[in-house]
Design a protein. Structure first.
Length: 389
């Protein structure tokens, strides 16, 4: 559960974790004593810290803002660690499956500022063009944002996916003690954005050492060895990421109370988990006589290299071949030398347009019966990219 804590009259620290202030310690100690040892053992076995657990109606809040339904206790999790930098990792649990897909989010019985914040958070995720697209709906969303009123510094909670689906609920504390009497929409946006991260499988970036972002240091899990991150079971090093951690990850356990969005490493991690593949396509014309193996491309009248970048996701890019001085044929074959195939392709020559026949096995696109009788002209090929075969 997200909570905030007062450390002096002059500084307020809002934190994404159970980090008790004095007025909450007795309550949490009492709650912990009420939790059966078998439940604590299950939570520990799942890799979560058993400090500061809060009892909810249908489950438990662990590590500040992670809701564990009672039904999930004792069940195995499918966990991996994405090593982004020497001290920054994203542990994942039971990721969302059946991609690409749209996940709907609804806001139930909350003031307008929460709906605005939810819309902003959805927009931030969708700007990344992931395989998961979020859509705000009026009711019955796959993820429902609800309110609870508790006179404490607890801000909110989310949970992890199960059965390939995102966790179905985000709770936000509507008591003025949490967000104040005039909640800041940007800060609520950041909180919702953080909880959506949990709902699609992201754990806190600094789960292995809360001292990275919080005033005190205690590990969320129980088997991590920070001195040996490369040999941590399930760890995945993401190539090309920086050698040192960035301090402003959205998924850090603690926040200083400001609007925080994705940093560079958050985007790297989300694209690794849910991004469309980015490939380069090399084109080889195989059915025009008297042509070199690669004769290059003409794009907007400028000669470019034979290897070009994949067009952006959900867009169509048009590439122009100069067929001047070559003996044209009515059939054109474009060879994709590596990567995924586009979902559709068309070619146009001298006013005739033909849909390409895509063969994912040999990675070719064949255009038949093109009107290429005029040598002194161009043929254009349009590729639509969804990043899928």
């Amino acid at each position: 559960m997200i909570k905030k804590n007062l450390y002096s009259l002059f500084a307020v620290l809002f934190i994404f974790m159970i980090y008790s202030c004095a007025k909450k310690q007795n309550l949490e100690t009492q709650q912990h004593s009420e939790i059966p040892e078998s439940v604590l053992a299950s939570i520990k076995e799942m890799g979560f810290n058993t400090k500061g657990i809060t009892i909810m109606k249908d489950g438990y809040i662990v590590e500040g803002d992670i809701f564990l339904p009672k039904s999930s206790l004792g069940k195995a999790t499918n966990s991996s660690n994405l090593i982004i930098a020497k001290s920054e990792q994203y542990q994942t649990y039971n990721l969302v499956q059946n991609l690409p897909r749209t996940i709907t989010i609804s806001v139930s019985n909350l003031p307008a500022v929460y709906s605005t914040a939810a819309s902003n958070a959805v927009g931030r995720y969708n700007s990344l063009n992931l395989k998961i697209n979020f859509q705000l709906v009026s009711s019955n969303g796959n993820i429902e944002i609800i309110g609870f009123n508790e006179s404490s510094t607890l801000l909110g909670y989310g949970g992890f996916p199960s059965s390939g689906n995102p966790f179905n609920q985000i709770g936000l504390n509507t008591n003025p003690v949490a967000f104040g009497t005039n909640p800041n929409v940007d800060y609520i946006t950041s909180v919702i954005q953080h909880e959506i991260g949990h709902c699609i499988g992201l754990r806190h970036t600094d789960y292995y050492d809360r001292g990275y972002s919080c005033p005190v240091s205690w590990d969320e899990g129980n088997s991590y060895n920070s001195a040996d991150i490369q040999n941590f079971p399930g760890a995945i090093q993401i190539p090309g990421t920086p050698a040192s951690a960035e301090p402003n990850s959205l998924m850090l356990a603690c926040n200083n109370g400001v609007d925080r969005s994705f940093n560079t490493n958050d985007i790297v991690a989300l694209n690794y988990l849910y991004g469309y593949p980015t490939y380069t396509y090399s084109f080889r014309v195989t059915t025009m006589s008297n042509t070199p193996t690669y004769y290059g491309l003409i794009l907007n009248g400028t000669h470019i290299a034979a290897t070009i970048s994949t067009p952006p996701v959900n867009t169509t890019a048009t590439y122009v071949y100069n067929i001047s001085s070559y003996n044209p044929s009515s059939t054109l074959v474009v060879k994709i030398s590596s990567g995924y195939m586009p979902v559709s392709a068309t070619a146009n020559a001298n006013g005739s347009t033909v849909n390409g026949v895509i063969n994912a096995t040999d990675k070719t696109i064949t255009f038949s019966n093109l009107n290429m009788s005029v040598q002194n002209g161009y043929v254009s090929i349009a590729l639509k990219n969804y990043g899928l075969d």
